[in-house]
Structures are given as C-alpha cells and as structure tokens.
Design a protein around this ligand. Sequence first.
Ligand code: WT7
Length: 650
Amino acid sequence: MSNKDISSSLKESRSFPPPAAFQSRAHIKSEEQYQQLWNYSVENPEKYWSEQAESLLTWFKKWDKTLEWDLPHAKWFSGGKINVSYNCLDRHLTPERRKKPAIIWEGEPGDSRTLTYEDLHKEVCQFANVLKSQGIKKGDRVTVYMPLVPELAIAILACTRIGATHCVIFGGFSSDAIADRNNNAESKMVLTADGGWRRGQVVELKKNVDEAMLKSKSVEKIIVYQRCKNTVTMKDGRDFWWHDLMAKVSADCPAEELDSEHPLFILYTSGSTGSPKGILHTTAGYLLGATITSKYVFDLKEDDVYWCTADIGWVTGHSYVVYGPLANGATTVMYEGAPNTPDWGRFWNIIEKYKVSIFYTAPTAIRAFAKAGEEWPNKHNLKTLRLLGSVGEPINPEAWMWYQNKIGGGNCPVVDTWWQTETGSIMISPLPGATATVPGSATRPFFGVQPAIVDKEGVPVEEGKGGFLIIKTPWPSMLRTIWGDDNRFKEQYWSQIKGCYFTGDGARRDEKGNYWILGRIDDVLNVSGHRLSTMEIESALVSDPAVAEAAVVGAPHDLKGESIHCFVTLKIGNAPTDDVRKRLIDVVVKHIGAFARPEAVRFTDSLPKTRSGKIMRRLLRDIAAGRESKGDTSTLEDFSVLAKLREDEN
Ligand code: WT7
C-alpha cells in the first residue's frame, strides 16, 4: 500500500491543559520537564533505561550489559537476575504496604473480595508450589483460560515466580482457538475454572477446555478453580481441583532468580493472515515498561484506587491490571462481568463503591455508555475520579468529550494511550500533569520512544501528512519474537522499513508535535486518488447527535477505485430514515470534503465485533462489496450481527 498523501483533514482545535490542582501533585509537572526528560531518554537511551531499571525494579543481580541490539533481536539487561512476582509482591511486604489492598475484586453477581499484598503473596507462593508439585518446571508453558477472578492474577504471578511461561487465552475464545494455542505453545498444563459469570449466565470454561483437549497434544494436566459450582466432568489423573491441591502445599516458595531475558509470557494476537501470532515477551524489559508507564502515564500515587476494565486475556490486562500496578505497589480493581449487568450503571456503581481514582477503559465501552445515556453516571458519585484513560482504538473526539465531561466532571485529564500487544507497554500518550490533551490525539511519545511517520520508502512525511507509524529504536518492553516463527517476526515487523519497527498503523503529526493515530493502514481508503482514514469519516458520523457508533469501509468502485460505505448504529429513539441518511452524508461532506461523500449509509442495530470490542472491518468490507466472507471469524463476538447485516441488503 502506498501512502503518498493519506488525507487527514479532520480539524480539532480544542486543547485542555492539565488542571492546576492535578499538575501541582503530578510526577511530571510541566511540558518542559517532559521535554527535557524525553530528550535525555532518547539521546542517552542506555543510560536512561539503566537508571530507570535501577530505581524502579529490585534485582537479585545487576545486569552486565544494558542493551545488545542485533537487529531485530534485542537483549535487555543481560546478565541480570530478577523475578517478576518478587517485584510485584515480596518487595511490598513492608510495614506500610503489607496490609494495603493489592486487589479489590468484584464478581458479576455482586460478591467481592479484597486481597492485601500479604494475602496475595501467600496465595501466589502456595499456588507456585502447586505448579511445582504437578511437575511444572522453569521454561514450561502453562495455558491460562479463566474468568476475571483473583485466581487468574494468582495463576500468572505463580508462573512468573517459578519461571513457567504463561499463555493467557481470553475466556471468550472457543475450544478450537484454545487447542490451536495449546499446540502452538506446546503447553504442558491448562489452568481453568468450572465457569465464569457473564450477563447472568455461566460461561462453561471447563467444558471448552475438555473439547480443546481432544486436539491438544502436549497438555498433561488441568487444574480447575471452582467459581460457579456448575457441573463439570473431572478426568481421573488428569484434572484436579485448585482448592484440593492448595490444601496440600506450604506457603513457602522463594522466587526463582531468573535471567532478564527469560520468556515471561506468550500472548496470541491476530495478524493479517488467518493464523494467530504468539507474541513473546521476556522478563526484565517487559516489567520495566509496564512499571514505568503505569507510574507516569497514570501518575500512580500511594493512595490511588486504580481500575483498568480490561480482561487479563488481553495485553492491557497483563500490563495494566496486573503487572504495572502491582509492581508499583498500587491497589488494582478487578471486575468479573459485563458493563451492563445488571444495568448500565454497573461501572459507575463500582467507581462509587470502591472510591476509584483512576479509570482506564476502551472507546467502544465509552460509546456504549454514551448511547445508554448520561442518566446512568448521573446517579452515582464519581467525584473520587482524578484521571481517565482510553486504549485500544482511536477515540473519536465526541466520545472523548463525553468521557471527559460526563464521567470526569470536566476536571480529569483524559489520557489516550496508544500501544500494541507487541509493544508491551504504552508508547504514545499524554502525561496527565504535563501534556495539554487534545480530543482524538494520543499526543506525545513516552520516554525512550522514538516514533516517526514515513512513506513506504521510509522517508519522513511532511508535518500534518499521514504515513506509516514506525518506531526507530529498540525499547525494553518490545516483543522479542513470534513464538516458533522468527521469520514471520522479521517479515511482519522489520522488513517494511529498513531497521525500524513497523507498527501497521497510520498516523500523522500536527504542528504542535502531537500524534494522531489514523487506524490500521489496511483501514485507509483511496477514493478517487484521495487517501482517507476510515476513522476520520467515523468521527464525522459520530459527531451527529443521532449516531451511537459507525464503521466505515471501502468497497471496490469502477470509477473511484474505492467508495465509502458507512455502517451506522443510531442512538435509541432515532429512526433510520432517508432524511437521517442524507444528513449523515452531509455531515461527512461538511467535516472532510465533497471527495469524502459516502456511497452508502446503512443502518444496523449493532456492528460485528471481536470479543475485545474491535469492529471487524474486514467482514464489513466483504458485505459492502457483496462478497462472501472468507478467512477467520473465530474472534467474532456475535455471528447473528453478520447474518442480520446481510439480510438487510436484500
Ligand atoms: C492496535 C493494537 C494496546 C492495548 C489494546 C490493543 C490500536 C490501540 C490505540 C489508541 C488508536 C489504538 C492500534 C494498534 N490502538 N490503542 N489509543 N489510539 N489506536 O492491543 O490488540 O495489540 O491492538 O490497536 O491500531 O495497532 P492490540
């Protein structure tokens, strides 16, 4: 794909400096301070990262070499010995932190638990002994397929304690997906639960694992946590109850002294082909990335109650539910269930109940809440909030403004954080006490991160022009390879632009130095020679008061090359009339220009999404083009949406 002039005509002039009260207490207090530190971090990267590794992490043995860079293979802090669970737990067993809540958990049915650092440490040590007693050794892979209960955090922390490499699979994946991942990782054990609660129903996790076992060659044992007390079949000699095994072991388990580059976890993510990629992260660099970004992007303080709504099945849950907050000694909130169970007030109720001060969620959720109406947040006291975050996809300015005003009460900074499974931790984001935020922009690179926007030859594009987002230099939490497929790793990330990491995203940088993520480059359209970001058209559509959500794709067009197809969900109470359709076309023309006039606007009750909430544009492209869908639909949340969209065509 060429990118000569990815049009980016969306204008956004609103800008919000950090609130003075926030700024005066923040870790990084001004734009100048940020700029100074950033300059230092990129001019002396090894020195910078070495200083941070020294001050933020606790080591058994100091490293010999900060970075060995044999493009595209990086080794960070080699020679060093460290343990992730030690950094997340043991070092917080001080008089001040021992009794501090580490995890505050709320189950969907309304049950709740609080685990202090002392409690969590004990559970993790005990479960690490369970793993050892069942034959798990350093370097073995362990699959984790569990609901969002504290035991999921305990399971992965226990793996890190003994040097087992965990592979968490989101609880929404099917048995086929589990089997594929088990086989790819050659997993020796699966940790699961009888079930988990989702919208008042039991998701039968153990049953899915049983089916996956028919095709999983390497798995020898399964440990089952009892959550829902639904009936499960336990196979003698293969399946064990979590509580039975826990009752038999001691709580004494010293943390293994592991090499900095010891494989920490594999997390599968989808690429441009049908088969998932196992992204490999290693110990010290990943931990440093998760720790430092949690501290500065979320401005974590001792008394914060921090809630990231992501599932631990995704990288956001790894880095910002478990490892980042715990390494900082923070209190992290976990909620098991759906945002609209029993009603759309659930999140706001949890914020009020636990006095949450930092809240991190996804644009798709924000749009759903905006659609449900402000009466839900209005019923709750959200005054404890001081900072809001967004992640996962570009956030359209209207959703951003709704978030800032209706949830943040107009006085919480909103940090729009750009990163990827591959990057391990946040790469581009405002620092809330330093950066003036701009709705829709992820703003500035984090310390040590050197992004650039280039054309397909690798030549930097002009200011304001769209291009490929790349990262020019290695960073500690970068992926190390694709598990079992180093060629794909090289080809996918390191062969497009020589010597640089290719993100797969389009972006532009404005005159203030702020980055605007335009979405995946495969979502960029070419209409009559004009390059357009689908995201910009979507933002225009969503700015109309009747629109809840919109997805835009290109369809082949004889004259224009591609034409713009819009799939639109209206807010409740708005009828899908021809007048609305006409108005929406006008909105796009008004926001972007006549060249962006949509070919078609189709109304739909919901959009096809992956279980993590990403709109599956590939499927919409097929519908727009009138094609049968080919390729992998295993991550689609609700197949009926697709059938419905097709029906509406006829
Ligand atoms: C892709 C990575 C990173 C955690 C969750 C998703 C998109 C992510 C943003 C953002 C615009 C974003 C990118 C990226 N993305 N955050 N703040 N603004 N786009 O992880 O599944 O690995 O997806 O999500 O397209 O490449 P992931």
